[in-house]
Design a protein around this ligand. Structure first.
Ligand code: KIV
Ligand code: ZN
Length: 508
C-alpha cells in the first residue's frame, strides 16, 4: 500500500477564530488553549496578529515562549512595521513562522488597497525579502485568492517563493469557491507556478456557503500540503473550516484522499469542549464529530443495529475522538490527588494553588450533589474562572421573591479586603441581583446576553451561566457555575465585571 501523504494542520483558532463575535479570549485562556492544541498535535498555531494590539502582541509572545514542539505564527501585513512586531513577539519561540498577507483580487486592490497589480506584486515580494532578515520559515497568503486572476496568482507566488517564502497560502477569504472549482484552481497553481514543488501549499477556507471543509479536502486532492482551520469551525462570519471534520475525514476516508494528519484524535473532544467553555459559544447538537448528538442513535432500528454491531451505523467511534461516556467519577471521600488526576485525564493542567481552591469547591459540591460527573468537574473549573485575583469576590446572597411582586436581592461581596453589602430590586431575583452588583461595582454596563443551562442531568445539576456585558464598544464575557442558579448568575456577572476591570489580551 502506498504511504499516505502527511498533511500539516495549521490551527488559526487563536487568530481568525478569535476574530469571531463572542469568541475573544484573554491571555490566560489563550495560553490554556494553545497548550491543549499542542497536546492535540497540531503542526502550526497561529497565535495572533502581533501588530494588531498590545494584547495580541503579548499573547503571541507568551505562547511563543510556552510551546515546545509546535510552530508558533504571527500574522503580519506586508509592511515593515508589522514584520518587526512579529519578530519581536516571536524571537523567543523554539519554532517560529511569520505569516505575511496581501490581497490580490481586483476588487480588494481597487477598493481596499488602491494598488495596481504591479504595485501589489512589488509590495508582496519586498515584504518577504525583508522578513527573510529575521525568519527562515515564511508563509505568504494571497488574500481573496479565489477571486483573483489565476495568472496574477502564479506571478505573485513565483515572486514570493523566489524571495524566500517557504509556504504559500491560497485563501478562499470570502467562502466563494466550490470543491470542483477550487480543485482546478489549486491544480492550475501546481502546474503553472515556478518553484511551487519546493514549498508547502496551504489552503484557508471560509464557510460562507457551508463548503469550507469540502473545499479544503478538494485542495488536498489537488496537491495542498497544509490546511488552515479552527476548532469547532469558529471564525469570521460563518467561520473557518472545522479542524475536527477535516482530521476525521482524512482518518476515516484516508483511502479516498491518500492523506492523513498527525493529530491525536482522542484529544479532539477535549479541545472542542475547552474552547466552548472558554468562549461560551456552543456547537450545534448535530455538528459533525463534536456535536452532542454526533454519536447518538435515536431511531429504534438504528439502536438495534448498533447493539449487534456498531459499524452498522457508526463510521467512527466516539472513543476515537475522545468522547468517553459521562461517567460517575469521584465521590465525597475522594482525595485531592484523585481530583488532580481526574482533571489531568480530562485534559486540564491545574496549578497547586488552583487545585486547593478547586478541591474545596469539589467538597462543597459533593455535599450538595450525590453523583459527580466529568462535566460537573469541568463546570467547577469554569466556576473557578469567576475569581480573578484582585477583583470582586462573592461572599453571600439572600433573595426575596414572590409571584407578581418586585424581587429584592441582598448581596455581600469582598473587594480588596473590604466587605460590601447592597440591596437591589428587579423583576425577579436575578434581575435584582444584577441591579445589586451594579450598585456595588459602580460600573455602567449593559447586559447583552444571558444564558443558563444545566450541565448534567438531574434536579441537582450544576447551572452554568454565561453573560455578555457591553461597555462602550467593548464586549466582555462572564461565566459562573453553581447548583444554585441565582448564585451561578451572580458569579457570572461578577466574573464579567472583574474581566472588564482587570482586562485581558483581546479585551483591552
Ligand atoms: O481569510 C483570509 O484570507 C485570512 C488571511 C489573512 C489568510 O484570514
Ligand atoms: Zn481567514
Amino acid at each position: 500500500m502506498k504511504d499516505k501523504m502527511q498533511i500539516k494542520i495549521f490551527d488559526t483558532t487563536l487568530r481568525d477564530g478569535e476574530q469571531a463575535p463572542g469568541c475573544s479570549m484573554n491571555i490566560t485562556e489563550k495560553i490554556q488553549l494553545a497548550r491543549q492544541l499542542e497536546r492535540l498535535g497540531v503542526d502550526v498555531i497561529e497565535a495572533g496578529f502581533a501588530a494588531a494590539s498590545k494584547g495580541d502582541f503579548q499573547s503571541v509572545k507568551l505562547i511563543a515562549k510556552e510551546l515546545q514542539n509546535t510552530v508558533v505564527v504571527s500574522l503580519a501585513r506586508s509592511v515593515k512595521g508589522d514584520i518587526d512586531k512579529a519578530y519581536e513577539a516571536l524571537k523567543e519561540a523554539k519554532h517560529s513562522r511569520i505569516h505575511i498577507f496581501l490581497a490580490t483580487s481586483d476588487i480588494h486592490l481597487k477598493y481596499k488597497l488602491e494598488l495596481t497589480e504591479d504595485e501589489a506584486y512589488a509590495q508582496a515580494v519586498d515584504a518577504v525579502k525583508y522578513a527573510k532578515n529575521f525568519f527562515d520559515d515564511i508563509e505568504f497568503s494571497c488574500e481573496d485568492a479565489t477571486r483573483t486572476d489565476p495568472q496574477f496568482i502564479y506571478r505573485v507566488l513565483e515572486g514570493v517563493i523566489e524571495a524566500g517564502a517557504t509556504t504559500v497560502n491560497i485563501p478562499d477569504t470570502v467562502g466563494y469557491t466550490t470543491p470542483f472549482e477550487y480543485y482546478e484552481f489549486i491544480r492550475g497553481i501546481m502546474e503553472n507556478t515556478k518553484g511551487i514543488e519546493g514549498v508547502d501549499v496551504s489552503v484557508h477556507c471560509h464557510d460562507d456557503l457551508g463548503l469550507a471543509v469540502a473545499n479544503s479536502l478538494a485542495a488536498i486532492r489537488a496537491g495542498a500540503t497544509q490546511i488552515e482551520c479552527t476548532v469547532n469551525g469558529i471564525g469570521e462570519r460563518a467561520g473557518n473550516a472545522a479542524m475536527e471534520e477535516i482530521v476525521m475525514a482524512l482518518k476515516v476516508r484516508g483511502d479516498e484522499y491518500g492523506a492523513d494528519t498527525k493529530i491525536k484524535t482522542t484529544e479532539i473532544a477535549k479541545t472542542s469542549k475547552l474552547l466552548t467553555h472558554i468562549t461560551g459559544v456552543k456547537v450545534a447538537p448535530n455538528k459533525a464529530v463534536v456535536g452532542k448528538n454526533a454519536f447518538a442513535h435515536e431511531a429504534g432500528i438504528h439502536q438495534h443495529g448498533v447493539m449487534k454491531n456498531r459499524a452498522t451505523y457508526e463510521i467512527m467511534t466516539p472513543e476515537s475522538v475522545g468522547f468517553a461516556k459521562t461517567s460517575l467519577v469521584l465521590g465525597k471521600h475522594s482525595g485531592k490527588h484523585a481530583l488532580a488526576q481526574k482533571f489531568k485525564e480530562l485534559g486540564y493542567e491545574i496549578s497547586d494553588g488552583e487545585l486547593q481552591s478547586l478541591f474545596e469547591k469539589f467538597k462543597n459540591l459533593a455535599d450538595l450533589k450525590k453523583e459527580i460527573y466529568d462535566d460537573d468537574l469541568e463546570a467547577l473549573l469554569i466556576g473557578g474562572y469567576g475569581e480573578i485575583e484582585g477583583g470582586y469576590r462573592f461572599m453571600d446572597y439572600t433573595a426575596f421573591t414572590s409571584d407578581g411582586k418586585q424581587a429584592k436581592t441582598v448581596i455581600k461581596l469582598q473587594y480588596q479586603g473590604e466587605e460590601i453589602e447592597e440591596v437591589g430590586s428587579g423583576d425577579g431575583p436575578i434581575d435584582a441581583a444584577f441591579d445589586c452588583v451594579g450598585k456595588i461595582v459602580k460600573e455602567e454596563v449593559k447586559l447583552k446576553s444571558f444564558t443558563i443551562e444545566a450541565v448534567t442531568q438531574g434536579k441537582d445539576a450544576i447551572g452554568l451561566t454565561h453573560v455578555v456585558l457591553e461597555k462602550g464598544d467593548r464586549e466582555i464575557q462572564g461565566r459562573g457555575a453553581s447548583t444554585d442558579i441565582i448564585k451561578s448568575s451572580i458569579l457570572a456577572y461578577i466574573n464579567g465585571i472583574n474581566r472588564l476591570k482587570m482586562g485581558g489580551a483581546s479585551e483591552e
